[in-house]
Design a protein around this ligand. Structure first.
Ligand code: APR
Ligand code: ZN
Length: 368
């Protein structure tokens, strides 16, 4: 029996989302209907709204979400009605070489980037036709239908708002440290950009035992948040601040690891200058489509520095989501403190305005 859901829809025009009803069809074979509990408001949604990334429209936005399984389609065995699940914004196909190699984050068989389910369709529609779920999840909606491999069961005692964050920012930020960079205890690190994802990088560095942990942001409010999560030093970026010199002072010549968590070409280009000899720069922030950066190639080569890309924290959702949930439940990841605003779906446009102004750590939509 199909149902309606209130959802935040991007029509491809303007920078505000339309809050309106969409139709949600029953889950097909291998699919799961999820009643959403919470959806975070992430920087990647903003890239889409602001026209930096292009997708089929209309799109139900949101890709950082958690909820409760309401119903399952034929053949589903991983989850059952009543289970708490965190949604993964790519669904591993479980057949390609990357999946077989345990690198599900690099899956080449998924159609999540096209906002399509495995059979090339969606379960969402409105009176004009097909509606697309962003990254095949579309979490800013009361209901979502996702492939079984995108719904990862987690303990029911995990609060929904916290669970939603594990669906993107936490996995992306902590995973960049633990899976991609594999930062060893005692290494020095700098984090450029301390929004929801950057603060998750700080948390990952604390977990890894990095020292010192230097947070860089233009906003003093974000730097205060970074200190509360365990950054040992902060540098306020802005005209007249030489960030590289400040980092060199604090680390005795440059950091072992530097994370860019904004997605701006200008700050990406500064990464090599923040690093010590043989240091590793990690690209976590995602720039607009087609962006190109210039780096001093001789300096990079001579000093043996490395730049690595990091997407979704190199995560395998079925492995990493339960691990991160376990760390939270054991008191090792202060995820509640990351949530600065709990909002209703209707308030989502204000959350994006605050994100553009850099004034909130993380807004989370909580569904009734
Ligand atoms: N120097 C330092 N900090 C800056 C600068 C700058 N020039 N410009 C912006 N910032 C800071 C902002 O103040 C903010 O704290 O970068 C942070 C960006 O955070 P959010 O907008 O909250 O974005 P977030 O959700 O954390 O995502 C960051 O990671 O996964 C990607 O697509 C995502 O590209 C996005 C990035
Ligand atoms: Zn995200």
């Amino acid at each position: 029996m199909a149902r309606t859901a209130m959802a935040a829809v991007h029509d491809g025009r303007g920078t505000t989302l339309d809050i309106r009803e969409v139709w949600v069809a029953d889950p097909g074979p291998g699919e799961v209907l999820v009643r959403m509990g919470a959806s975070g408001v992430c920087g990647s949604d903003r890239h889409v709204i602001d026209g930096e990334w292009h997708l089929p429209t209309p799109t139900v936005l949101g890709h950082e979400g958690a909820g409760t399984v309401e119903a399952v389609g034929p053949g589903v065995t991983d989850v059952a009605p009543g289970d708490s699940v965190i949604l993964s914004w790519y669904y591993p196909c479980r057949r390609c070489r990357a999946c077989a190699a345990g690198k599900a984050w690099a899956c080449t068989g998924t159609r999540s980037g096209e906002c399509l389910l495995p059979d090339g369709t969606t379960r969402l529609s409105d009176e004009r036709g097909v509606v697309y779920p962003y990254l095949a999840v579309g979490t800013m909606s009361e209901y979502a239908v996702v492939p079984e491999s995108a719904a990862v069961r987690v303990p029911s005692e995990l609060p929904m708002d916290v669970a939603s964050l594990i669906g993107c920012s936490i996995t992306t930020g902590v995973g960049a440290v633990t899976n991609n960079a594999r930062v060893p205890a005692g290494a020095s690190a700098v984090v450029v950009g301390c929004g929801g994802v950057g603060l998750a990088v700080v948390m990952g560095l604390v977990l890894a035992g990095a020292h010192p942990i230097i947070a860089v942001d233009t906003s003093e409010e974000k730097l205060a948040a970074a200190r509360s999560f365990g950054a040992t030093h902060t540098v306020q970026a802005g005209p007249g601040t030489d960030v590289a010199a400040a980092v060199a002072d604090l680390t005795g010549g440059g950091a072992d690891y530097a994370f860019e968590v904004i997605g701006r070409v200008e700050t990406i280009e500064t990464l090599p200058s923040l690093l010590a000899t043989a240091g590793v720069g990690v690209l976590v922030g995602l720039p607009p489509e087609g962006a190109r950066a210039g780096i001093d190639v001789l300096e990079l080569a001579e000093a043996g520095k490395t730049l690595i890309g990091s997407n979704y924290g190199g995560a395998v959702p079925g492995l990493d989501f339960p691990r991160l949930a376990g760390l939270y439940l054991a008191g090792r990841l202060p995820l509640d403190s990351l949530i600065s605003h709990r909002i209703r779906l209707e308030e989502v446009n204000e959350a994006f305005a605050a994100m553009r102004a850099g004034t909130r750590t993380r807004s989370v939509i909580v569904f009734d």
